[in-house]
Write a new protein. Structure first.
Lengths: 392, 96, 316
């Protein structure tokens, strides 16, 4: 039976992972991921999860250990945030280069300097080129659902890539939300045992992690790129199956009143729900406002973005990370680049919002729309702006 | 992996750089490195096997009659076997 | 003429004939480290999984699309061999517990050079040993970062010239004493710690077999002569290792649950260390005074081990 509960999202994520028959997990604590780690260890201690649970001595070792375990054919999980993810950075392209299925929950948190333990996306943005599949969730239910789906996507024979599920730290991980933990029988049906591509076992000795000279390196990278691009097909299939089995549908780009919108805003993560309230308020005032929410970050959903923006005159991209000295927030730059060869492109505006846990209210979102309404459509503002920064 | 002419294409390479053929490094004959080679004198050899033990390549092989010789496909000519042989049964000569 | 004492004339019959590291690897001519790996594999047998750090042994053996390894082997990065090995051990344990793989015993082995064990690899090794994973870790110590061009590590012996601590007008090479990694492992409560050298192959193999039988962490520090980096003739790799033991520069001993035991191959009287330094270019610059200073330190260390062997009791 599916269980309807009011549960802290981090705890729910651990419960969801516990429903996936993982064989091994390795974690190192960091705020705000720690509740995921703690609840997982509670479940193991009570015998509710039958898995090897390794409390490693650093995040680098957490990623190393899950890579090693995935190599044996085990189903593995880890979770981290911010500095922990940055410490794992070296290993992320190795994990994807070795084509090992791993699921990682990331409780998104600002990256130091200065130190800040609150929510933004500066930890995940530097991992764009790592070759991992990257998904964003907006609420607790999505965190539960996508954490389970991630195993199926990662282990698919045409994918064999690690997957990260991005969950806004504190803003989402520490909220108590009403959600449904899916029925275990259905999860078992949805998620069959892993069939690895290769395993470390004496019955068939293989070498994993060989080094490649220039004669093979390019081909390896090409193969990885193709795998990541093609994983979109599998992700859509998995979402289709999930919708049929569990009744909740997911799309790479979710839309809210965007079909006839003239001004569209783009958000990622939990802020989407707040932005929706702003859209409603603006619509009530007669503004044709709409919202698109990016769920699939890697592989980048080019078709869906282009389709969603076909009729828009203006696009406000909200970024929760800074690309210092660069052409704009990471999401802004990528969307701009994705639309470059389109016959019709909306005028684009970029606001950096919610850094280091700074609150972004409905009023803020309305403010962003009201700011761009008077701009002529010929004017794409080619710079980014830190929304709400105190200036002398 | 089936035999092919030339280097593999990106579609042909193994997923994730996994190598499925154990010991396939033996395709490469390190014997080409050699500047000198060991020669066994079976009159002096006492068949102790220490040359077999100490060869970094593992290319010293014992034949049916119990005597030893190096596999010239792999022998790098390091000279350890000759240096360690107690009865001085191995001599090192220069490659021509 | 080098007499190898205690060497059994029936050696070929005592050593497992199977080669689990194939020829065709690209190790330097006369490399004693790859010889040690070859012998270690013979002692371990086929039911082994090896997790290796980046380094000489990884590079010479695993050039895609070939491999010299005939046991399951994984390489991930430089500093995490112990963490990867811990992960392999945990993965196997999880799978075995659920019956997803059969319950045959597989020895998990982490291996790295001195850099990948004592410097950049220290943290991962400390963590893995503290957590008590059922794994053996072998440090192949050739006393510098050899694969990247002979740079100093904490395993470089005092007085040795390396490319980042070279002998020069203002410097005598390495200024610090070799980090005592076996001692650090004993301090972690590792139930079996041993030092070994492939110049004493039967002793090395016996120690690997002993470690293999331990259900829990074990550590072997293997002295690996590097003719290329130490600047000595390629044919001298075994002889140099023997001299290192005979002069006390690298003492052979085991520590089983805190009980120290000097290996039988250790001589009673030590030869002077200048006999060992003589054939190696990396020590060529040392003055007589510097050599005497090192000689005293070597004798002190040796005495400390003898003292521990005599007086320290096992932990329980």
């Amino acid at each position: 039976m599916a269980k309807r509960v009011g549960m802290e999202v981090a705890v729910a994520v651990a419960e969801a992972v516990g429903q996936c028959d993982i064989d091994m997990a390795a974690v190192y604590p960091i705020t705000p991921q720690s509740h995921i780690a703690e609840h997982l260890s509670d479940l193991v201690a009570d015998g509710k999860i039958n898995a090897e649970f390794v409390t490693v001595e650093s995040e680098h070792s957490a990623m190393s250990a899950v890579i090693g375990a995935s190599g044996t054919g085990a189903r593995v999980y880890t979770a981290t945030s911010s500095q922990g993810l940055m410490l794992m950075h070296e290993l992320l392209p190795i994990a994807s280069g070795m084509r090992l299925p791993i699921v990682m929950g990331i409780a998104n948190r600002a990256v130091s300097g200065p130190l800040n333990i609150l929510n933004d996306h500066s930890d995940i943005m530097p991992q764009r080129d790592s070759g991992w599949i990257s998904l964003f969730v907006e609420n607790g239910q999505e965190a539960v659902d996508l954490s389970i789906q991630a195993f199926k996507i990662a282990e698919h024979k045409d994918v064999n890539l690690p997957v990260c599920v991005n969950i806004d730290g504190f803003q989402l991980t520490h909220m108590v939300e009403p959600l449904e933990l899916p029925d275990q029988e259905l999860v078992n049906k949805f998620l069959p045992p892993r069939v690895p591509y290769a395993t470390l076992h004496p019955s068939k000795p293989v070498t994993m992690g060989a080094f490649a000279m220039s004669d093979y390196f390019t081909e390896m990278q090409k193969a990885k790129d193709e795998a990541l691009k093609n994983s979109k097909k599998v992700i859509l299939e998995v979402w289709d199956e999930w919708a049929k089995m569990f009744g909740r549908a997911y799309k790479p780009v979710e839309t809210y009143k965007a079909e006839d919108a003239e001004i569209i805003m783009l958000t990622m993560g939990s802020m989407g729900e707040t932005a929706e309230m702003a859209i409603d308020a603006l619509r009530a005032k007669g503004v044709l406002a709409g919202l698109i929410k990016l769920r699939l970050w890697r592989p980048f959903p080019f078709e869906e973005i282009k389709a969603a923006l076909r009729k828009a005159k203006k696009l406000i991209v909200t970024d929760r990370a800074v690309s210092f000295g660069g052409p704009g927030g990471p999401v802004f730059s990528e969307i701009k680049s994705a639309l470059y060869s389109e016959a019709h492109r909306p005028a684009m505006y970029n606001y950096i919002i919610g850094l280091g846990g700074r609150d972004v209210t409905v009023k803020d979102f309305i403010g962003m729309f009201e700011k761009v309404i008077p701009y002529s459509v010929e004017k794409t503002v080619d710079t980014y702006e830190f929304w709400g920064v105190r200036e002398s | 992996m089936a035999k092919r002419i030339g280097l593999a294409t990106w579609q042909e390479i193994t997923t994730g750089c996994v190598v499925f053929e154990p010991g396939s490094a033996s395709e490469y004959h390190t014997g080409s490195w050699r500047a000198q080679r060991p020669i066994w004198d079976n009159v002096k050899c006492i068949k102790c096997g220490i040359c077999y033990v100490f060869c970094p390549e593992g290319c010293v092989q014992q034949s049916e009659d119990g005597f030893f010789k190096a596999n010239m496909d792999y022998c790098k000519g390091c000279g350890i076997c000759a240096h360690e042989c107690w009865p001085r049964a191995i001599t090192i000569v220069e490659e021509k | 003429m080098n007499i190898v004492e205690n060497f059994d004339l029936y050696a070929p019959r005592l050593i497992n004939k199977k080669e689990l590291l194939s020829a065709g690897h690209r190790a330097c001519t006369g490399c004693a480290e790859v010889l040690a790996v070859r012998l270690m594999c013979k002692a371990l047998g086929e039911n082994t999984i090896i997790a290796s750090a980046t380094g000489c042994m990884e590079i010479v053996s695993s050039m895609y699309p070939t491999t010299a390894w005939e046991v399951p082997w994984i390489h991930v990065a430089f500093e995490n061999a112990a963490a990867v090995a811990a992960g392999v051990e945990a993965g196997l344990a999880g799978l075995r517990r659920k019956g997803k793989i059969d319950d045959r015993y597989i020895k998990v082995v982490g291996m790295a050079g001195d850099g990948g064990t004592m410097d950049i690899g220290f943290q991962a090794l400390s963590g893995a040993m503290e957590r008590g994973h059922d794994m053996l870790f072998v440090c192949f110590d050739n006393e510098a970062y050899m694969n990247t061009g002979i740079q100093r590590s904490s395993g470089t012996p005092m007085g040795a010239s390396t490319t980042t601590a070279p002998a020069g007008k203002m410097s005598s090479g390495q200024e610090t004493w070799k980090k005592n990694m076996p001692e650090i492992m004993v301090a972690h409560g590792v139930p079996y710690v041993a030092t070994a050298c492939p110049s004493y192959p039967l002793d090395f193999i016996r120690k690997v077999e002993k470690a293999k039988s331990i259900k829990g962490p074990s550590y072997i520090h293997c002295f690996s002569v590097c003719p290329t980096g130490w600047r000595c003739g390629s044919h001298l790799a075994i002889a140099m290792g023997r001299l290192a033991v005979e002069t006390g520069v690298f003492p052979l001993y085991e520590v089983e649950k805190g009980k120290y035991k000097v290996s039988s191959e250790m001589p009673k009287a030590l030869k002077p260390i200048k006999d060992y330094f003589k054939g190696q270019g990396r020590f060529r610059h040392l003055t007589e005074e510097e050599v005497n200073d090192i000689q005293k330190k070597v004798e002190n260390e040796h005495q400390r081990i003898l003292h521990k062997a005599k007086h320290l009791k096992a932990w329980d």
